[in-house]
Design a protein around this ligand. Structure first.
Ligand SMILES: Cc1cc2nc3c(=O)[nH]c(=O)nc-3n(C[C@H](O)[C@H](O)[C@H](O)COP(=O)(O)O)c2cc1C
Length: 165
């Protein structure tokens, strides 16, 4: 930080950014791992690229570098329990997630969350250093969405839903 910037102000300002909530996963040698991620963004149309920013304290950036692929599920309203599960510490890469969190696979074999508002399968395009995070850029190999669902929203450390109108 600096004399003019406190960590509280930094976090408060960034928490003012209302975002969707995604689950980013990969699969490597029969082991799965995934975390809750809000730092998702579209990046490019030609080529078709998206990005997420992943803390280097997590297993995920290293696993994605090795597996060369990952999946993104954009959560629907009502999937807070899924977000909370994947935001919990201490889940080592394991043969499967908790049975209460069902998953499915599509093109890359990485776990996707059923009932998500959108699912995106990616091959790793580039992994770039970004401070204490890794900026993981994916080339989208498949994307599908459910126009009938509403998104889960995260704002000021609380889960919200869209107020239509
Ligand atoms: C709504 C929400 C958004 C998050 N977004 C990110 C993110 O963009 N990148 C990231 O590395 N971690 C993010 N996290 C934290 C990870 O989910 C969390 O660090 C991970 O599950 C492992 O927990 P641990 O870091 O306490 O071990 C987010 C958590 C929540 C609840």
């Amino acid at each position: 930080m600096s004399a003019t910037l406190s960590l509280d102000d930094f976090k408060g300002a960034l928490g003012s950014w209302a975002s969707g909530v995604t689950i980013v996963t990969t699969e490597l040698n029969g082991l799965v791992y995934g975390i809750t991620v809000s730092s998702f963004s579209s990046l490019s149309v030609d080529p078709v690229l998206v990005l997420v920013s992943l803390a280097d304290t997590n297993h995920l950036p290293r696993m994605i570098r090795e597996s060369g692929r990952f999946a993104i599920s954009i959560l629907s309203a009502g999937q807070e329990n899924v977000s909370k599960y994947f935001a919990t510490s201490g889940r080592e890469p394991a043969p499967a997630f908790d049975p209460s969190i069902p998953t499915e696979t599509w093109l890359t074999g990485c776990p996707l969350i059923p009932g998500a508002i959108a699912q995106i399968d990616c091959e790793l395009h580039q992994a770039l250093p970004g401070g204490d995070h890794t900026i993981v850029i994916g080339r989208v190999v498949g994307a599908r969405f459910d126009p009938e669902r509403s998104p889960l929203i995260y704002f000021r450390r609380a889960y919200r839903s869209l107020a239509e109108g």
